[in-house]
Design a protein around this ligand. Structure first.
Ligand SMILES: Cc1ncc(COP(=O)(O)O)c(C=O)c1O
Length: 471
């Protein structure tokens, strides 16, 4: 009997969290339950999700910036089905996969830099691993410079470049010769490069954790320093690429910058099949793949798979066909202006940072005494707690899915599909205004919930600190 996926779905629907708890990740199940995110989503289309009770949600998390074209995009799905129905010979290995060549050519058309070779991966972190290896091999140098608060993935090489202790802790030792510098700081960059032992400076054009946007010209000047000291500039566009900021690459906002490598992933998948790509200069490629002996010196079994290549080709076509990038600029500005206009009224609301549909809403210490007391109380319990006072009611009362952007940032991030409408933006702005009004009532129900969450976090920390660790 062939497997009946629909029957499996029917048999298990509604038991999502029992299964997660029992077989996959009980800690994550606990987190989702604690913050009230334990919903069973059963359907998705465009920028919307529906739960098992038929309630509609606006998805402003977008699978961590995967769904630039919305969920279940019919043209992308069609392209993958066509590839499957063509009975293509995927992973023959000792041949030239046709769709990989076609996709590489299409990617190069969209990238305004002389990057002539494309290496395909299955994820963002694999792209970073490849970039580290390529840079070391091409320069013969060991060092990698990266930024505080940076995020490049969680495999060991990429984790060695991670600027957040909460991800790193427990996984030491890391790759040697990695040096961390402050983001958007050219003096620190020059100091780090000046020994001429650095293979690459790996940097996000906009940092995902916190949505930190550097000063105009930062990337171009960083490139100048890299050239001066013989270091390669690698831009990690895993989150910012494929139209997210209103240009194909966020690096393009900095006109004078020409990186040596660009790493893409996430939205290239069309939300269907994981895929990533590293675009690199021919001179780098030639140093790595320097002879027939080394023709596959860096590779992986599953790269260049036909469904992934079809998904990526269809994603690029979707970007061409829709007004997604202009829409990202227009709707992004509308949300930014709407939130900005609320700043004078709401003390916790400090700033909004935005480029296209990558938006960070920054919260911080309020001015008035009562609210300052509430802020200190909550932050003493847990420094990551306050933004939950925003994301939780946004989901629970207004059916909008958002995320907290990193540890200790006090930032709520919006990375919705690029196709969201003006009505969706209004849905968010009305909801956000109500949530802000409630957060500014102290004492009030929001603070009761936060206090309970904080108490839970404190108890949990105390328990794990005293629990014996099994050898
Ligand atoms: C900027 C950036 N680089 C790399 C990665 C890692 O990508 P992946 O999760 O596909 O390994 C991410 C993931 O969030 C990211 O945001």
């Amino acid at each position: 009997m062939p497997i009946d996926i629909r029957q499996i779905i029917r048999d298990h629907q509604g038991r999502n969290y029992d299964l997660l708890r029992e077989h996959v990740n009980p800690q994550f199940a606990r987190v989702l339950r604690t913050i009230g995110f334990d919903r069973c989503y059963v359907r998705a289309e465009g920028a919307y999700l529906w739960d098992i009770e038929g309630r509609k949600y606006l998805d402003m998390l977008g699978g961590y910036a995967v769904f630039n074209f919305g969920r279940n995009h019919p043209d992308i799905r069609r392209a993958i089905i066509d590839a499957l129905e063509a009975d293509l010979p995927s992973w023959v290995q000792m041949e030239a996969p046709l769709l990989a060549g076609a996709l590489a050519a299409e990617l190069k058309k969209r990238i305004p830099y002389p990057l002539e070779r494309v290496f395909f991966t299955n994820s963002g972190t694999e792209g970073i691993e490849a970039a580290i290896k390529f840079a070391r091999c091409a320069t013969g140098r060991p060092g990698i410079v990266h930024c505080e608060k940076g995020f490049h993935g969680l495999t060991l090489g990429a984790l060695s470049l991670n600027g957040c202790e909460s991800f790193r802790s427990g996984f030491e030792p890391f790759l040697p010769h990695c040096r961390q510098i402050p983001f958007d700081n050219l003096t620190a960059l020059e100091a780090a490069l000046s020994n001429r032992d650095v293979a690459a400076f790996i940097v996000e054009p906009i940092q995902g954790k916190g949505v930190n946007i550097p000063a105009d010209g930062y990337l171009a000047e960083a490139m100048g320093l890299c050239r001066e000291y013989g270091t390669l500039l690698v831009v990690d566009e895993v989150q910012t690429g494929v139209g997210r900021t209103g240009k194909f690459l966020a690096t393009q906002w900095d006109e004078g910058c020409e990186p040596d490598m660009v790493v893409l992933s996430k939205a290239l998948s069309g939300g269907y099949v994981p895929v990533g790509a590293v675009l690199l200069r021919r001179s780098i490629f030639d140093r790595v793949y320097s002879s027939m002996d080394r023709a596959i010196v860096h590779s992986s079994t599953f790269h260049e798979g036909a469904p992934a290549m079809a998904a990526a080709l269809a994603s690029l076509a979707a970007l061409d066909d829709t007004d997604a990038m202009n829409n990202a600029i227009r709707i992004g500005a509308m949300i930014r202006d709407g939130v900005q206009a609320m700043i004078p009224r709401f003390e916790f609301l400090h700033a909004v940072r935005q480029r296209g549909l990558m938006i960070g809403i920054q919260f911080g210490k309020p001015r008035s005494l009562g609210l300052r007391t509430a802020w200190s109380l909550i932050n003493r319990m847990d420094e990551n707690l306050f933004p939950q006072a925003v994301t939780m009611p946004l989901l629970d009362r207004h059916r909008i899915l958002t995320q907290v952007a990193g540890h200790r940032t006090n930032v709520v991030k919006l990375i919705p599909p690029l196709i969201i409408s003006e009505d969706d933006a209004k849905w968010f702005l009305d909801a956000f205004e109500q949530v802000m009004a409630d957060v500014h009532k102290f004492p009030g129900p929001v603070w009761g919930v936060l206090k309970d969450l904080g108490a839970m976090a404190v108890t949990h920390r105390a328990r794990s600190e005293t629990a014996p660790v099994k050898a």
